[in-house]
Write a protein that binds this ligand. Structure first.
Ligand code: ZN
Length: 264
């Protein structure tokens, strides 16, 4: 038995025993898909200053700069695929072990892995499409990219002429209230809250694990590094997410085909 085997079995037991599990994911969830953690040293925001929401809205030059960045793929989101961790979560959602996935990520990889759109609660938006800031109409990036790179047109709404922006929540932009409310409802309804790949430093998102724990839910954290919230946590695993979740998934699969343990 390896040292890391036991905590993985414990996480499997927690998931198997929970009535309602909520998964919460951060940047560490997607680093195994090759998406850099943009807040880390060497990440995007240490190499270039983020464009705030006000700058974007008030300055055509900033909008041009933002779209140049977006279409050059400099943020590293283009072409990434879900990893083993995403696939395990999608399987648990399909098996109704997990009721929803709250994510700080904007990479669409939970949806790409097969989690239904209505089960993903995006706290920081989604970088895989754009919306009109005035009427909310969805715009596809491929279409905007062609006119931006081809004719130098800064994206505007084809319906109302409003400013079109990537569907992410920018620095200085209000949190999406509907998503925040759904995240609160899910957090307070669960009896197990599992944090994956978040260092839990960005609020208000980082407030959800404590909210769950104070409400009586069990709390588990899988992250490469310790977090400030480890002391409130029933189980901490400092390891890579893909291998951990693959092992947990295998344990869960093995256990459902086995007769109930005589110890129960
Ligand atoms: Zn519009």
């Amino acid at each position: 038995m390896t040292e890391s085997e036991s905590p993985r079995r414990e996480l499997a037991r927690m998931i198997a025993g929970a009535k309602r599990t909520v998964i919460f994911t951060g940047a560490g969830m997607s680093t195994e898909s090759g998406i850099p953690d943009f807040r880390s040293p060497g990440g995007v925001w240490s190499r270039m200053k983020p464009i705030t929401f006000d700058e974007f809205v008030n300055s055509e030059e900033k909008r041009r700069e933002a779209w140049t960045r977006a279409f050059s793929g400099v943020a590293g989101w283009v072409g990434a695929s879900p990893n083993a961790g995403h696939m395990a979560i999608a399987q648990w959602v399909a098996q109704k072990r997990v009721s929803s996935v709250i994510t700080q990520n904007v990479d669409n990889l939970h949806q790409d892995s097969g989690v239904p759109v209505e089960r993903v609660i995006e706290l920081h938006g989604n970088a895989s499409y754009a919306t009109c800031l005035d009427c909310g109409l969805r715009h596809e990036l491929e279409v905007l990219k062609q006119s931006f790179l081809g004719a130098g047109e800064i994206p505007s709404c084809r319906d109302c002429g409003g400013i079109v922006k990537s569907a992410t929540i920018s620095f200085g932009q209000a949190m999406p209230e509907a998503m925040m409310q759904r995240a609160r409802t899910e957090t307070l309804a669960c009896d197990l809250f599992v944090v994956l790949g978040s260092s839990l430093v960005v609020y208000p998102a980082a407030g959800f694990p404590i909210m769950a724990a104070r409400n009586g839910a069990r709390l588990a954290i899988v992250n490469r590094e310790p977090t400030d919230q480890d002391e409130f946590t029933d189980l901490v695993i400092n390891d890579e997410i893909g291998p951990v979740l693959s092992a947990v998934a295998a344990t869960l699969e093995a256990d459902v085909t086995r007769p109930p343990s005589p110890r129960h």
